[in-house]
Design a protein. Structure first.
Length: 103
């Protein structure tokens, strides 16, 4: 995994719709009713990849799209807080638009 992420940062910031369970909004009525989206700091190189059940997210690195496991490290109150955190910690992969990613 290290060689895949050699040119990609470990942490990214995304706006996600948080899920209630692992079945997700397509199969769980409660998850489908959750419409709140949160801005989250994600670790896309968590420890023990493939050994623990985690959600995945599509990221792009060097023009190549790939699916990465992730863990939510923290969430932010608003876009300003997320941008400030990214600036202070050198996080360059920040997407705050309301995409379709789900946790």
């Amino acid at each position: 995994m290290a060689e895949i992420l050699a040119d990609h940062p470990r942490f990214i910031i995304r706006r996600l719709r948080l899920a209630h369970c692992s079945r997700g909004p397509q199969r769980c009525k409660i998850c489908a009713e959750l419409t709140t989206r949160r801005i989250c700091l994600l670790d896309i190189a968590p420890p023990r990849p493939g050994e623990v059940q985690r959600p995945v997210i599509e990221v792009e690195s060097n023009g190549q799209r790939m699916w990465r496991e992730y863990e939510i490290v923290r969430s932010f109150v608003d876009e300003d807080e997320a941008r400030q955190y990214a600036l202070e910690h050198g996080i360059v992969d920040v997407r705050l638009e309301s995409g379709e990613e789900d946790a």
